[in-house]
Design a protein around this ligand. Structure first.
Ligand code: PEP
Length: 252
């Protein structure tokens, strides 16, 4: 059985005081269920402080982005080794905001994914289609291209050492969640595509859903057979909302 992962992507939000209060409440309220894992991904400048705050708990620390390069003249970039140094365990790669706003191609995302694995961290690979893609019937073609770039670079073994997050772009930050059935269809497809390379890896890989997950819709989503938790944006910024999602996870 795969554990359920509830991951919070704080994006470019928070400050020292707000983060301290948020993480203190999350640590205090984390559900006891051993199959529910929790992860917080604050902005880079706060990784150390948030890492210290979760150190004695089961809440894990992750970053929202990473450089594909090891070191050197890459002004403003952060390497995977630096994230290890700060106590991170997870790194989100290929979030749709980075693909759309910072021009990250699937090849760049695959290089970042490989750099994260090389550092011994767990990458969370985001894939997902725009509304235009969906309406044109291209959902599977889009997520296939995004997944295949990583399969080519890191192999099925590399996918097995990471997490996949299906995040339809039209559902991110919009309040429009995919229905459990819509999400399940894409999750099943992604798992079968991984299974074409390695059935064992496909069976054990966590595939998260992301896109306006909240305390009311989480249980329906997480009850689907191929949905193994959520990557949560807006609702991860309020402890009560994030914990309501974790509580939903502990009920499925
Ligand atoms: C996200 O950005 O990864 C996300 C899922 O955001 P939200 O939950 O706000 O839709």
């Amino acid at each position: 059985m795969r554990n359920i992962l509830v991951a919070g992507n704080w994006k470019m939000n928070g400050d020292s005081a707000a983060n301290a209060a948020l993480v203190e409440s999350i640590v205090a309220g984390q559900p006891a269920a051993p199959n529910v894992e929790m992860l917080v991904c604050p902005p880079f400048p706060y990784l150390s402080a948030v890492g210290a705050a979760v150190a004695e708990s089961r809440v894990q620390l992750g970053a929202q982005n990473v450089s594909q390069f090891d070191r050197g003249a890459y002004t403003g970039e952060v390497s995977a080794a630096m994230l290890v140094d700060l106590g991170c365990r997870f790194v989100i790669v290929g979030h749709s905001e980075r693909r759309a706003m910072y021009g990250e191609t699937s090849e760049v995302v695959a290089a970042k994914y490989a750099a994260v694995l090389e550092a011994g961290l767990t990458p969370i690979l985001c894939v997902g289609e725009t509304l235009e893609d969906r309406e044109a019937g291209n959902t599977e073609a889009v997520v296939d291209e995004q997944l295949d770039a990583v399969l080519s670079e890191s192999g099925a073994d590399g996918i097995g050492r990471g997490v996949v997050a299906y995040e339809p772009v039209w559902a991110i930050g919009t309040g429009k969640t995919a229905t459990p059935e819509q999400a399940q269809d894409v999750h099943r497809h992604l798992r079968s595509r991984i299974a074409a390379h390695d059935a064992g890896v496909a069976a054990s890989t966590q595939i998260l859903y992301g896109g306006s997950v909240n305390g009311d819709n989480a249980e329906g989503l997480f009850s689907m057979p191929d949905i193994d938790g959520g990557l949560v944006g807006g609702a991860s910024l309020k402890a009560a909302d994030f914990l309501a999602i974790a509580d939903a996870a502990s009920r499925v």
